[in-house]
Design a protein around this ligand. Structure first.
Ligand SMILES: [Zn+2]
Ligand SMILES: [Zn+2]
Ligand SMILES: [Zn+2]
Ligand SMILES: [Zn+2]
Ligand SMILES: [Zn+2]
Ligand SMILES: [Zn+2]
Ligand SMILES: [Zn+2]
Length: 443
């Protein structure tokens, strides 16, 4: 059988020739049809160029036929012989190949010969097959071929297919609950068991209301149909409980609202108290007006003559407040005009307060509504202060409200103390050192 190598390292062509090769074409060294033949000039013997080189490696080269010494100058390539040898017809040495052709073509044929055995190119495959079988090997025989998984379409190595099927999420598996379903993609098995599988044990949907029964999902309808009454009872009880809870919560809300109301009222009361205290503070901050009338006797006598009012004085009770006038009248003045008046027999004095045009009137509220205490001061240190003569007048409640006065003349006056008998006024308690004091104070 021919060697696998195309070209033997030494010597001539080791092929199977179709006809007999003339003896003359055979090398004297290797005895094969010569490759690149050379001829020895003296003897005419021929040999392969390669085989010639092996002779020249000897210490004293010689012709193998006649043992005559050799020199390189005596040797030349035999081109005619070479061509004749290349014209010879040979068979392809690949097993089973029927090709025959000229020796010069054999190398090219063999490099393309479909019956040449080659290594499978799939990495890790050690198989060798003929070129013509390689397509089939790689497509359907090689255990290292790359294929698509028929379920998930990922690329896998053929001999790893079984391992892959054990984990492939789309590989069809049987329901592990044994419901009979056989082709569930592995990735959907969990959902099937949890949500679909008729064999999965489930709780009654009235579990939260108290029905603790568990049964295969396929029995759900039957259970609901046979337990209508029990379920209604459970629902009713649950409804009652809910209603109780709602009622409790409503009560709690009501209590909270009541508390809230209490707190609001407390806040209102406190606010009102603060307001009252504010007013008190304001009152404390607005000092009383004290009218000191010296030389009272002279004025008093003038009044007794009935000629004029006894006295007047103008004042403010607070900065930026109303401008007021206080005046004392005696009925003596009145007696001149009304001698039959029932008070005529005695002399009386009355104290009036008038609101007169002031600087701040545009800023003030009208009608005038202040509450004023007017006191005739008892100056006797031995007597109790209770003995003062006083009266409080609420101008917000008088019959004729006091509107803003536009001129000094259209003033409105109101009696705030009196009538006081003239002898009372003249007594030592109220007139001391010919002086009396009248105090006006906001209430
Ligand atoms: Zn040879
Ligand atoms: Zn020779
Ligand atoms: Zn071949
Ligand atoms: Zn292979
Ligand atoms: Zn797969
Ligand atoms: Zn199932
Ligand atoms: Zn139930």
């Amino acid at each position: 059988m021919a060697a696998e190598q195309n070209v033997p390292q030494l010597g001539g062509y080791d092929y199977e020739f179709t006809g007999r090769v003339p003896h003359d074409y055979e090398c004297l060294v290797c005895h094969l049809p010569m490759k690149d033949p050379v001829q020895i000039v003296q003897c005419g013997h021929k040999l392969c160029n390669i085989c010639k080189e092996s002779l020249f490696r000897l210490p004293s080269p010689f012709c193998p036929a006649d043992r005559q010494p050799l020199s390189r100058e005596q040797i030349f390539p035999d081109t005619a012989c070479r061509r004749k040898i290349l014209d010879l017809t040979v068979k392809c040495f690949h097993s089973g190949c029927l090709w025959t052709g000229e020796l010069r073509e054999v190398e090219e044929h063999q490099s393309n010969c479909l019956l040449k055995v080659v290594q499978c190119p799939n990495s890790r495959c050690t198989e060798k097959v003929t070129r013509q079988d390689m397509g089939n090997h790689m497509a359907s025989e090689c255990s290292w071929r790359i294929i698509y998984c028929g379920y998930c379409q990922k690329l896998i190595v053929f001999n790893q297919q079984k391992k892959h099927f054990d984990i492939c999420q789309k590989f069809p598996v049987h329901c592990t609950n044994k419901c009979g379903l056989e082709e569930i993609p592995r990735g959907k098995l969990e959902f099937h068991i949890g949500e679909d599988c008729p064999a999965t044990e489930v709780y009654c949907e009235f579990k939260k209301l108290g029905c603790d029964v568990k049964f295969p999902r396929s029995n759900t309808k039957a259970h609901l149909e046979t337990h209508i009454e029990q379920h209604l009872n459970l629902a009713l009880r649950s409804l009652e409980t809910t209603q109780r809870q709602v009622k409790d919560q409503s009560q709690q809300i009501e209590q909270l609202m009541a508390k809230d109301k209490d707190l609001s009222q407390q806040i209102e009361r406190l606010t009102a108290q603060v307001k009252v205290q504010d007013q008190h503070i304001k009152l404390l901050n607005s000092p009383p007006f004290v009218w000191k009338i010296s030389n009272f006797q002279a004025a008093y006598e003038k009044a007794l003559s009935g000629k004029e009012n006894i006295l007047t004085s103008t004042f403010y009770l607070s900065s930026n407040g109303y401008r007021l006038r206080i005046q004392i009248f005696s009925n003596a003045y009145r007696m001149r005009w009304f001698p039959d008046d029932f008070l005529s027999s005695t002399t009386y004095f009355s104290i009036y307060i008038c609101v007169i045009p002031g600087e701040f009137d545009p800023l003030l509220s009208w009608p005038f509504k202040e509450k004023l205490r007017v006191t005739l001061i008892n100056q006797n240190p031995c007597e109790d202060k209770e003995k003062d003569i006083w009266r409080v007048t609420d101008f917000g409640r008088v019959d004729l409200p006091i509107m803003r006065p536009l001129t000094e003349d259209n003033q409105s006056c109101h009696c705030v103390l009196g009538p006081i008998r003239a002898d009372t006024l003249q007594s030592a308690s109220f007139t001391l050192n010919d002086t009396i004091f009248i105090m006006v104070k906001k209430e």
